[in-house]
Design a binder for this molecule. Structure first.
Ligand code: FMN
Length: 251
């Protein structure tokens, strides 16, 4: 693999969930936000809300960003030119999620290159009433994801990923063989088991159907964990639709 300082930062990424007391200075904050903004965009449809009250943040991180899909701001700009935004909420959401994600990830890479640690918090949007009240969100602003930022006070190992052949396909989408799927699962599961990730972090998700659990610290790993999420949670599309409507998106 080719290595330079940028690749080095990317390949050493780990989510950080323990932070030191040191608070990043203003110049650092401005730099990482500007680097975030410099990401490619479809329409600058992402924006950030910064909070500095670490007592209220996940992992008591010194900085907490809420990364938003911001269609409200786009509408306001267009209104100045007497344009009405007529693209569907679903289409705007698709582009807005992209803009917000690229912004966020540019910010993360910049932060990590300066010695900071970060962690995304994915359940932020699912608490619509609280989010709208707490951050005074107008219609058509979706708080997509939270992001803690600060100097690490832990040094976790780099987490495993699927093998390259299971992530990047040549020319067309493959028909996966059983062996290919099982190999990829094994790489993930062995990797996380070696790090005691779920045991040390007490992260095991319970079965919701009260059946006997055949998994314990010895064999509960990534595949079981991710399957228990997407096999048990967020089943109701109506609930999702209601949440999006609260944010002003008719999906
Ligand atoms: C959209 C998204 C949501 C996430 N939500 C959470 C979360 O709620 N809590 C948490 O501790 N980590 C969360 N993470 C971090 C992931 O757990 C982490 O990125 C993944 O386990 C891979 O580990 P690594 O980032 O250390 O490589 C989230 C990451 C993403 C991209």
């Amino acid at each position: 693999m080719v290595v330079n300082s940028t690749i080095d930062v990317l390949m050493n990424h780990r989510s950080i969930r323990k932070y030191s007391d040191e608070v990043p200075g203003e110049e650092i904050i401005e730099t990482i936000v500007k680097a975030g903004q410099q990401a490619a965009f479809a329409g600058q449809l992402g924006s950030l809300i910064l909070s500095r009250d670490r007592t209220k943040h996940p992992f008591t991180a010194p900085l907490y960003f809420i990364i938003c899909v911001d269609i409200n701001r786009m509408k306001k700009v267009m209104e100045k030119r007497n344009w009405e935004l007529v693209s569907s909420d679903a289409a705007m959401l698709l582009f807005g999620v992209q803009d917000a994600c690229y912004l966020a990830q540019n910010l993360v890479i910049a932060a990590e290159s300066l010695g900071l640690g970060t962690c995304y918090l994915g359940f932020v949007p699912f608490n619509a009433d609280n989010m709208i009240k707490k951050y005074d969100l107008p219609s058509k602003v979706l708080p997509l994801v939270g992001l803690t930022v600060g100097y690490p006070s832990e040094n976790p190992p780099v987490r495993p990923r699927y093998p390259l052949s299971f992530a990047c396909y040549e020319g067309k989408y493959p028909k996966f063989s059983d062996a290919q799927i099982e190999t990829a699962m094994q790489i993930m599961d062995d990797g996380y088991l070696r790090q005691n990730y779920y045991q040390d972090g007490k992260l095991m998700i319970k079965l919701e159907n009260d059946s006997d659990d055949p998994y314990d610290a010895a064999n509960y790993s990534w595949t079981e964990h991710i399957s228990r999420k997407w096999g048990q949670w967020l089943k109701d599309p109506e609930e999702f639709g209601n949440m999006m409507r609260k944010y002003g998106f008719e999906i």
